[in-house]
Design a binder for this molecule. Structure first.
Ligand code: SF4
Ligand code: SF4
Length: 390
C-alpha cells in the first residue's frame, strides 16, 4: 500500500466556494501530472452552504489507485496532512452545521502536519485564537487580506493560486511546484497567476507550534439525540418567547431577550461583528426589524443590543442604520469574548466609548458584500500588490 495524502480546505460557505473548489481541484490536477491519482470533493451533507457558514472541501491524493480507493472508502478523513484555512477569523473554530459543535480549526491536522492560512495577522495573534492541541504542528501564513471569491462573484485576487504555491512548499511529497505551475497555466491561461504561485512558494514560511500553545478553552460540544430519543411525527417544538432583560446597574427589568437555539450558537460563523454606539442610537428599530437572525435583545430603555450567540455577522444592521457610525462592522479577530456590549456600556459608559472608538478606528472595510460598483476591482488591486511585494 502506498502513501495517502489528505488536505482539507476550510472556507466560508457561498462567499468562498469557488476559491475552495479551485484550490481542491488544482491540487488534484497537479498531483495527476506528478503521476498520483486523487479526488476533489466538497462535504455538503452536514454543512449546508449559507452565507459565511463554515464548510469544507477535501483533496485526497495517493501514490497509487488502490491506496486512493482505500482512502476514499472513508467518507471523511479523520486526520489530514494539511489544513488550509482561507479565512483567518475561522481560527476561533469551525461550527459545522449541527454536527460537531465547535470544532477547533486544527482538529484534523496530523501531528507535525501544517495549517496554512491567508492572513495579515502575525503568527502569535493567530495562535492565540486557535484551540490548543496536544501534538505539535506547523503554521504557514500566506500573507493577504480575506478573499471572497465566491459562488456568485469571483474576485480573482490570486488567493487560489497563491495557496497552491504554498502547498507545493509545505507538502512537496504530494505535489511539485512544476506541476502546480503547469496546472495553473492549463486551467487559467494566465502567466501572471503562475508568477503569483511561484512568489508565494518562495515567501511561505512555516512556524512550529508547540503542543499546548493557543486558546486553552474547551470547545463546546453537544450529544446528538439517539434515534429512540427522538419525538414521534414531524412536529418541532417551538422556541419560547424569551424573557425581559435586567439592567446590570439599576436592576430594572424590561425589553426582551428572545429565546434562541441552544445548540446552534454562531460564535465562529462571523468574519465581522457589529459594534453599537448606544449614545447616538435614535431607537428607530431598523436594525431589529431587518436582522435576518433575530439577534437584537431589546433593553429596558428600548435600545438594541446585538446578541453574539445569534449574530452571523451579515452586516445588514450596519447597512440599514440611519445614524453615521452608530453600528459599525469590525473584524472578528479583534474580539476575545461574546459579552453583551450594552451591559458593558451600562456599567461604564466612558470606558465603553473609549473601547468602541478603538475598535472602529482600525476596522477593515467589509469585503463580503458587493456594495458599490468598482469595489472588487479596488480590492483585487490591493491583493495583487501584497502578492507581488510579499
Ligand atoms: S450583523 Fe447585524 S443584522 Fe447581521 S446577524 Fe448580526 S446583528 Fe443581525
Ligand atoms: S438602526 Fe441604528 S439608530 Fe436605529 S435602532 Fe438600530 S442602532 Fe439605533
Amino acid at each position: 500500500m502506498g502513501r495517502l495524502f489528505a488536505v482539507e480546505i476550510v472556507y466560508r460557505g457561498i462567499f468562498q466556494k469557488k476559491l475552495a473548489a479551485n484550490i481542491s481541484r488544482g491540487i488534484v490536477l497537479a498531483a495527476h501530472l506528478d503521476g498520483k491519482p486523487g479526488m476533489s470533493f466538497g462535504r455538503y451533507g452536514d454543512s449546508p452552504e449559507r452565507n459565511g457558514i463554515p464548510a469544507k472541501y477535501f483533496a485526497i491524493v495517493a501514490d497509487d489507485e488502490l491506496t486512493l480507493e482505500e482512502g476514499m472508502a472513508k467518507y471523511e478523513p479523520k486526520e489530514v496532512d494539511v489544513t488550509i484555512c482561507v479565512d483567518d477569523t475561522l481560527f476561533k473554530g469551525v461550527e459545522s452545521w449541527a454536527w460537531y459543535g465547535l470544532q477547533p480549526i486544527n482538529q484534523l491536522t496530523k501531528p507535525n502536519g501544517t495549517l496554512i492560512v491567508t492572513s495579515m495577522e502575525p503568527p502569535e495573534k493567530l495562535m492565540s485564537m486557535a484551540h490548543a492541541k496536544t501534538t505539535p504542528y506547523n503554521l504557514a501564513i500566506v500573507k493577504g487580506t480575506r478573499s471572497f471569491s465566491g459562488l456568485w462573484v469571483y474576485k480573482d485576487d490570486h488567493s487560489d493560486v497563491r495557496i497552491l504555491g504554498a502547498i507545493a512548499k509545505v507538502l512537496p511529497e504530494m505535489v511539485s511546484l512544476e506541476s502546480i505551475k503547469k496546472t495553473i497555466l492549463t486551467e487559467w491561461h494566465d502567466q501572471v497567476k503562475v508568477a503569483s504561485a511561484e512568489k508565494s512558494y518562495k515567501l511561505t514560511t512555516k512556524v512550529p507550534v508547540k503542543p499546548g500553545s493557543g486558546n486553552q478553552e474547551t470547545p463546546y460540544r453537544f450529544d446528538l439525540p439517539k434515534w429512540h430519543e427522538m419525538g414521534e411525527g414531524i412536529a418541532i417544538p417551538c422556541i419560547t418567547a424569551g424573557k425581559p432583560v435586567e439592567d446590570p446597574t439599576t436592576h430594572v427589568q424590561g425589553g426582551i431577550r428572545p429565546d434562541r437555539n441552544q445548540v446552534f450558537k454562531k460564535f465562529s460563523t462571523r468574519t465581522m461583528r457589529p459594534v453599537v454606539n448606544f449614545e447616538t442610537c435614535i431607537k428607530c428599530t431598523l436594525c431589529w426589524l431587518q436582522c435576518p437572525d433575530t439577534c437584537f435583545d431589546v433593553t429596558p430603555e428600548g435600545l438594541y443590543d446585538a446578541n453574539m450567540e445569534a449574530c452571523c455577522g451579515c452586516g445588514v444592521c450596519e447597512a440599514v442604520c440611519p445614524v453615521e457610525k452608530c453600528v459599525t462592522m469590525v473584524a472578528e479577530t479583534e474580539f476575545n469574548d461574546n459579552a453583551s456590549q450594552w451591559e458593558m456600556w451600562r456599567k461604564d459608559s466612558t470606558g465603553y466609548l473609549t473601547w468602541l472608538n478603538q475598535k472602529i478606528e482600525h476596522r477593515p472595510e467589509r469585503s463580503h458584500g458587493f456594495r458599490y460598483l468598482g469595489q472588487y476591482k479596488e480590492q483585487v488591486g490591493e491583493m495583487l500588490q501584497i502578492a507581488q511585494e510579499g
